[in-house]
Design a protein around this ligand. Structure first.
Ligand code: ADP
Ligand code: ASP
Ligand code: MG
Length: 407
């Protein structure tokens, strides 16, 4: 019998009623397939546990945090197994450790190094559904680890790869991947298909519908991946390899990220080693940098701007104060009220002028572009956060994303 991996996110596991809906979907799939189910914590539970931890220790111990957070998924897996049994579908739940999801030792954002398939294969051979806790694994010393927020997507894809599943289905509260987040643009359109490459860009640029690593894994191990709704029937969106027949829209979607902040050092001496003095210090403190811009020097001075995660903004400003003094730069400025809006599409490779159209559209709306970054299949701009909705909607309209592309 063919095997399907189905993952259900927090909103699907919100309460006993939605867990009942999930159990019905799994039971229906079980009629024709072997099924492995991966579950997230009940919605809001992970945030609740994070808040509890912070109220006891301002920077919670990383090991204990993972012990705590992994309980959310453990609750879900047991409840779903019970709901399945109540429907006459035999099922058995597993923690990450019980399935032997091995990871490195980076608590809070561990990477999977290997997954055992024996325990699951045994249970499937007995005709049961295997219900696996997402988001968690164990390191080489047996410590519980977690895979980063949204990590159950990655658990599901990794399991699908190891078990050679026919498809990995990510069930959530939207019925597929849309041209942009439908919460921001009600005219967003569901895509029937999107390439791994585009989905990876969308996820990296802020579309949280799939965790980035899950898309990386699916691309690498060629796992057919589909995003579907728990609450509305339909074909969802297939994430797939690029093929010639695919609708080659110029732009597939618009992603945005509200989690960034911008830092500028003005009047920096324009000489070798300056970028290293600034960014070296930032990297030494494990702060990741996204967009970087250095202006052309004038009179031996230049300006240097880059973006970091908003959570790292204060710390980065503080650690750059001494650097600014050492370099005898003029000024350090920061702005944590910015957002990054990005156009994504493989069709961009063969078309000039998209950037120009993007900038014109934003300027017609009176939106000032503060930074620009491009790659082969994306263009990103940084704008003030008050323009997020306006920018996304104007670009969505300009590039006709609400219309089916012509055949
Ligand atoms: P789950 O709890 O099921 O993992 P998430 O909240 O992680 O669900 O992901 C689903 C959400 O992703 C949707 O509710 C939607 O608001 C958001 N989202 C962002 N960008 C997109 C997009 N391009 N297409 C669909 N959903 C998107
Ligand atoms: N429960 C975890 C989170 O909220 C993992 C997940 O849902 O994928 O991030
Ligand atoms: Mg998610």
């Amino acid at each position: 019998m063919t095997l399907i991996v189905q993952k259900f996110g927090g909103t699907s596991m919100a309460d006993v009623d939605t867990i009942g809906i999930v159990a019905d979907i799994v039971a229906a799939t079980r009629r024709d397939h072997d099924v492995v189910v991966v579950v997230s914590a009940m919605s809001g539970q992970t945030n609740y546990l994070v808040d509890l931890a912070r109220s006891l220790q301002s920077v919670p111990d990383l090991r204990e945090m993972d012990v705590l957070l992994s309980t959310g998924e453990q609750v879900s897996m047991a409840l779903l197994a019970m709901a399945l049994k109540a429907r006459g579908v035999d099922a058995q739940s597993f923690t990450g450790g019980q399935v032997k999801v091995s990871t490195d030792q980076v608590h809070g954002k561990a990477r999977i190094t290997s997954i055992g398939d024996t325990a699951i294969r045994n249970v499937l051979a007995q005709g049961k559904v295997a219900v696996v806790a997402g988001f968690q694994g164990v390191d080489q010393d047996g410590n519980i680890t977690t895979l980063g927020r949204g990590g159950s997507d990655t658990s599901a894809v990794a399991l699908a790869a190891v078990l050679h599943a026919q498809e990995c289905q990510i069930y959530t509260d939207v019925d597929g991947v849309y041209t942009t987040d439908p919460r921001i643009e009600p005219n967003a359109r569901r895509l029937a298909k999107i390439t791994f490459e585009e989905m990876l860009e969308m996820a990296s640029l802020g579309a949280k519908v799939l965790q980035i690593r899950s898309v990386e894994f699916a691309g690498k191990y060629k796992v057919p991946l589909r995003v579907l709704s728990t609450f509305k029937q339909g074909p969802g969106t297939l994430i797939t390899l690029e093929d010639q027949q695919m609708e080659q829209a110029l732009i597939s979607g618009i992603a945005f990220n509200r989690d960034e902040a911008k830092i500028t050092i003005m009047g920096v001496p324009d000489r070798p080693g300056v970028a290293f003095s600034i960014l070296g210090k930032v990297a030494d403190n494990n702060v990741e940098v996204d967009i970087i811009i250095q202006n052309t020097g004038v009179d031996g001075l230049t300006d240097f701007t880059f973006t970091v995660h908003r959570n790292d903004f204060r710390q980065t400003m503080d650690l750059l104060q001494p650097v600014v003094k050492e370099l005898q730069a003029r000024e350090l400025n920061g702005d944590d009220r910015i957002v990054k809006v990005s156009l994504v599409g493989v069709g961009m490779r063969s078309h000039a002028g998209i950037a120009a159209t993007m900038f014109k559209t934003l300027s017609d709306e009176g939106i000032n572009v503060e930074m620009i970054s491009t790659s082969e299949i994306k263009i990103s701009v940084v704008v003030n956060e008050k323009y997020l909705e306006l920018a996304v909607r104007a670009l969505h309209r300009q590039f006709d994303l609400d219309q089916e592309p012509p055949d």
